[in-house]
Ligand binder design. Structure first.
Ligand SMILES: [Mg+2]
Length: 264
């Protein structure tokens, strides 16, 4: 069932936001705040998103957190915000605080070795250009290829991985636009769990995301905050609300900013 934009639940959420002692807004980046681009280093936010996020940050009444599959160092140049929010990168493996403190979860030696081998293997298959290596994972991107080529690449990757994969200990995940090999451990749901635990039960919280990797986060926030699927096309999801970017998304972010200022 598609969740409604103007649902009574959303109206209740805005009321709760206005009166909450703490507010936490968690946002995925690619596909949520920014349109997909084949040149991944050109995936800048939709028009209006920066302005809305700058308002929320300047208001100082919300904790704004980006939760992305990207490496934080690759995400920061794209944001273009007046001040840096808290960022969890690499699906929650990394955490960069607004004051510059940086944490990265330790990885076991087996995963480090398996990722290095997978990187070499992908390179040998001729996929080097399409591979994004980052802490804890390697993503194979096929956005920009014709559907038949995507299909062939996916099949080739999966067949090869069926032989090599089980011994590596790495996990194979689908995402919108490719496949990812990931060291087991953290996912976006773990990041949301940590953030919500820090914020406490009285906080008004929301998580916005578009991809399959965001479903862990939607599950983690269930019953404790609002989960929002941001996507042009509807798909089955655990999220409670659906927004189409950029118009509905920007309006929703501006509503958050107004709500925090007591103007629901
Ligand atoms: Mg995304």
């Amino acid at each position: 069932m598609k969740p409604e934009l103007n649902s009574p639940e959303l109206a209740r959420f805005w009321e709760r936001l206005a009166g909450a002692p703490q507010r936490v807004l968690m946002l995925d980046y690619d596909g949520t705040l920014a349109p997909f681009r084949v040149e991944r280093d050109h995936a800048f936010p939709y028009p209006g998103v920066r302005e809305a996020l700058d308002r929320i940050l300047a208001g100082r009444t919300s904790r704004l957190v980006l939760v992305s599959g990207r490496w934080t160092k690759d995400l920061i140049p794209l944001l273009g915000l007046r001040e840096l929010p808290e960022i969890w990168g690499c699906h929650g493996l990394e955490r960069l605080f607004p004051d510059g403190r940086y944490e990265i979860a330790p990885m076991d030696e087996r995963s480090v070795q398996a990722l290095a081998e997978a990187d070499h293997w992908a390179e040998a298959q001729g996929w080097g250009e399409r591979c994004e290596a980052k802490p804890g994972s390697i993503a194979l991107h096929w956005r920009g290829l014709a559907p038949a080529e995507q299909e062939a690449l996916s099949r080739q990757f999966r067949e090869a991985w069926a032989v090599r994969g089980p011994a590596s200990g790495l996990e194979l995940h689908d995402f919108d636009g490719g496949l990812e090999l990931r060291a087991p451990g953290r996912n976006k749901g773990d990041a949301v769990e940590t953030i919500l635990a820090e914020a406490g039960p009285e906080a008004a919280a929301a998580y916005l995301g578009d991809d399959l990797t965001d479903e862990d986060a939607f599950g983690a926030i269930r019953g404790r905050g609002l989960s929002v699927l941001v996507r042009e096309q509807w798909r089955e999801t655990a999220a409670e609300l659906w927004l189409r970017p950029p118009g509905e998304l920007v309006e929703w972010l501006n509503q958050w900013a107004r709500g925090c200022a007591g103007r629901v």
